[in-house]
Design a protein around this ligand. Structure first.
Ligand code: SF4
Length: 229
């Protein structure tokens, strides 16, 4: 019930003027390929199992992805990559996530974005990051009792996860663990340890250039799955 309340409250947040303007402008102007479709044009709530053992922390919704479909990592290339890999790892019921009501489900996993509204050029400002932080922090606080593993996509997700778990009274190693693909850090909380895993973000910038391959993504998600057992 608490997660439902949080989802309802974040869905009407208007705290960042630049992002509210952008998410709504994109939803009116639309990309030509989606001209006939409705756009969500609002903040994106976390999605998946409310008692997930695996949390996936991303950056922010894409303008024509989550901002269009209303579901995180859904409707763009990054999401296609990620959901296909989640399915291979046994963490998603289907290979693709297309829109609400498509039958997709996460299995023992939940995805959250560090910033809940689509930012221009996928780059929130530091102020926007900090303004939005309470949403992800509260969600992590609610999910932490069941979480065993956190997969942080990119250094932005890594830092957001560290901040959120520190806020949930987890001990974070010092000096601050450095992000890298395959990096691991153990965060010790009131109910036991959670392992933070670093993974390059499945952005087109990384997948087109080969910086992130399917095998690399499979390796991290396989590790997450094994740690969550
Ligand atoms: Fe609210 Fe976060 Fe969206 Fe800013 S980015 S308007 S804080 S939901």
């Amino acid at each position: 019930a608490c997660l439902d309340d949080l989802d309802a409250r974040v869905s009407v947040c208007r705290a960042c003027p630049r992002l509210v303007q952008w998410r709504e402008d994109v939803a009116v102007e639309k990309r030509a390929a989606f001209a006939g479709e409705p756009y969500w044009g609002r903040p994106i709530a976390g999605w998946g199992d409310p008692e997930a053992r695996v949390l996936i922390v991303g950056l922010a919704p894409a303008a024509h992805g989550g901002n269009r479909t209303g579901r995180i990592f859904t409707g763009d290339r990054s999401g296609d990559w990620l959901f296909a890999a989640l399915h291979r790892a046994g963490l998603a019921a289907r290979e693709t996530s297309v829109h609400a009501g498509d039958g997709q489900r996460l299995l023992g996993a939940r995805m959250v974005a560090a910033v809940r509204c689509a930012p221009p050029l996928n780059k929130p400002t530091t102020e926007e990051r900090d303004t939005c932080a309470p949403w992800v922090n509260r969600e992590v606080g609610l999910l932490a009792p069941h979480a065993r593993v956190v997969v942080a996509l990119g250094s932005f997700g890594w830092d957001a996860a560290l901040r959120a778990f520190r806020g949930a009274r987890f001990a974070v190693p010092t000096p601050k663990p450095r992000f890298g693909h395959g990096a691991e850090a153990t965060l010790v909380g009131p109910a036991g340890p959670v392992v933070l895993l670093g993974c390059y973000h499945p952005s087109q910038q990384n997948t087109f250039t080969g910086k992130l391959t399917e095998q690399m993504l499979d390796d991290v998600l396989g590790r997450a799955r094994a740690l969550a057992r």
